[in-house]
Design a protein around this ligand. Structure first.
Ligand code: MFK
Ligand code: FAD
Length: 522
């Protein structure tokens, strides 16, 4: 008798198998660079199913350990990571995932190319994408606010030589709060002409990084500080001293997390860690915003990448599994479910890459700017769309990961299929880098500060007008309705706006996704 064994889902070349990405690259990139970029994405699309995925699996199966003492009782606080994690560091450098965004060899298309690579990399990276996000954010911050002294750090962050490539941390959250950093307890004191930090950082991801950007409150010689978030300044800190020992940092413990198990996230005590003030005193939050706006974009790209990974596995599996005499994707309910997931994915994908395009055009602002608007306006649009994109892509991914897990039936609940890992990991997208509520409120703040709602509506209308498809009329109507509703909310006042902020963010995101999708299908 032949026993039955189910075939598992097969992961094919992640570029070749992704019609959405392939079409996008085909349509968006100028012919002068298309051939080179497509060949690279095709090569990398294969690699992320082979050696890179093996590195990630190894890192996932052997999570980081904290060794606090040497055999003789001396405090060493060494975080031991798997070989897979260090290999992923090498791959990140060699594949130029951060460098592509700063070398800008593809002009205003550089961010699109970079994010396409990140999108392929993330689901096979065991969240090495997390240190890369903060590294890119730190490079941006240094570009905007760094002095000459930080130039060599910038070179490390944007290097493609593995031995020279540095990653960065981003230390904001303390026990007093992560969304609201105004009660930050870390103090910066000037001792013998040098800044020294004292305090506890409650969540510090990628503690194997070489450096970090940290918020701290400056204390003057009389011991006075300025309260609230306006009292916070930004500091650059190297994790180790020249002799290889920690920079007066104690690693209190590693977090025991629901997911992201390969990523070392620690609680740290800073005990006079040497630091360098970056930018202006009291402008720490404003300055670190330039970093977290980049990490929020990374969060969006990696969210849709994670969404695509489970969607692609579920789609493949649904062509292999039979029930009630039919392959399951031929059952109308399964077909409907997968179509619905694909439709949400298209919106999220095109919204994400629209923002990548705006970002790239804002950074390399020249006559090729396809949005035909000022750099200042591109900046304002980015300011509004970044929090909306982050919260939307995160939530869609969390929701769809849960739904698509069920396509595997009981197998989706079994560890060694790899599906439960996606379920645990993907939850994080909605929490770090600003929760859904906090980012909904950030949208309101951004709109208020620049009075940018009419400009945003105008921008979306202009982009929609680039489409000739019939569906555009429906979207136009929905935009009009949204606009009227928002004007009503403005009239109703701050409490009404705050109460509806989340609803507003999701409606705006849905429509921006539709606009981007229709525009890109031309
Ligand atoms: C795998 C993919 C990626 C993974 C990376 C993950 C690793 C890292 C994980 C982390 O979670 S790191 C920690 C992330 N933490 C947050 O994202 C904090 C969430 N909370 C907020 O975003 C709050 O809104 C905020 C802390 C910013 C509130 O602080 P404040 O001081 O009450 O803000 P306020 O007073 O509104 O703004 C202060 C200044 O910053 C203002 O500038 P001005 O002084 O010129 O007026 C604001 O305009 C500016 N600002 C605030 N938010 C901004 C911003 N500027 C640009 N963009 C923003 N989003
Ligand atoms: P809180 O701020 O206490 O929020 C609790 C709840 O209150 C949330 O649901 C929030 O939405 C809600 N809330 C707060 N304010 C409002 C409001 N005004 N209106 C409505 N609702 C509100 N941080 C770092 O700085 N660096 C890191 O490297 C880092 N790595 C992390 C890694 C992981 C795996 C995780 C899970 C977190 C990490 N964090 C890091 C911390 C993360 O950024 C914070 O957890 C997050 O910002 C939320 O802060 P909190 O945990 O203090 O929650």
């Amino acid at each position: 008798m032949n026993e039955f064994f189910q075939d598992g889902p097969v992961l094919k070349n992640q570029f070749e198998d992704d019609q959405v990405l392939k079409n996008y690259i085909e349509e968006k990139l100028p012919s002068s660079i298309k051939k080179e970029v497509t060949a690279d994405l095709k090569r990398f699309g294969e690699r992320v199913t082979k050696d890179v995925l093996e590195m990630a699996k190894s890192a996932e199966s052997n999570s980081p350990k904290l060794v606090q003492f040497d055999p003789w009782g001396k405090r060493i606080d060494t975080v031991v990571v798997d070989r897979g994690w260090t290999d992923l560091h090498k791959v990140s450098a060699e594949e130029q995932i951060v460098k592509l965004g700063y070398e800008r060899k593809y002009g205003s298309h550089s961010r699109i190319v970079q994010f396409a690579k990140l999108y392929l990399f993330h689901p096979s990276s065991a969240f090495y994408s997390c240190p890369l996000a903060m590294t890119d954010g730190a490079a941006k911050l240094i570009e905007l606010y760094g002095d000459q002294e930080l130039k060599s750090t910038y070179n490390h962050l944007t290097s493609d030589v593995a031995a020279e490539f540095w990653t960065s941390g981003q230390w904001m959250t303390e026990r007093t709060g992560g969304s609201d950093v105004s009660n930050t307890e870390t103090i910066a004191r000037k001792i013998d002409g040098e800044w020294r930090l004292f305090g506890t950082k409650w969540f510090t991801s990628a503690i194997t990084s070489e450096m970090s950007m940290a918020l701290a409150r400056i204390e003057d010689e009389q011991g006075n500080t300025v309260k609230g978030s306006r009292g916070l300044s930004l500091f650059y800190i190297e994790i180790k001293k020249r002799d290889g020992t920690l920079n007066n940092i104690e690693v209190l413990r590693l977090k025991d997390k629901l997911g992201t198990k390969a990523l070392p996230t620690a609680e740290l005590r800073l005990q006079g860690s040497k630091a360098k003030l970056v930018g202006n005193v009291g402008e720490g939050v404003k300055q670190i915003a330039s970093m977290f706006n980049v990490t929020r974009l990374y969060n969006s790209v990696t969210s849709i990448a994670a969404f695509r990974r489970i969607l692609c596995l579920a789609s493949d599996y649904s062509t292999r599994r039979k029930a009630f005499e039919k392959i399951i994707d031929q059952h109308p309910l399964t077909a409907r479910l997968l179509d619905s997931a694909r439709s949400d994915f298209y919106g999220a994908f095109h919204f994400t890459f629209l923002v990548a395009e705006i970002f790239g055009n804002e950074e390399v602002f020249d006559e090729s700017n396809i949005f035909k608007t000022s750099k200042e306006d591109l900046n304002k649009i980015l300011r509004v769309l970044t929090p909306v994109l982050k919260l939307y892509t995160a939530k869609r991914t969390v929701q769809w990961t849960s739904e698509l897990l069920e396509v595997f039936g009981g197998a989706g609940y079994i560890e060694d299929t790899g599906i439960p890992l996606l379920y645990r990991d993907n939850q994080v997208f909605a929490i770090w880098e600003g929760t859904t509520n906090v980012l909904s409120l950030d949208l309101l703040r951004a709109l208020k500060k620049d009075q940018s709602w009419p400009m945003l509506m105008n921008f979306l209308k202009t982009e929609l007008d680039k489409s000739t498809r019939a569906e555009k009329n429906k979207v136009q109507e929905s935009l009009k309705k949204l606009n009227l509703w928002v004007l009503e909310l403005y009239k109703a006042g701050d409490v009404a706006l705050e109460t509806e902020a989340r609803e507003l963010a999701f409606k705006l995101a849905d429509l921006t996704g539709c606009v981007a999708w229709l525009r890109d299908m031309e």
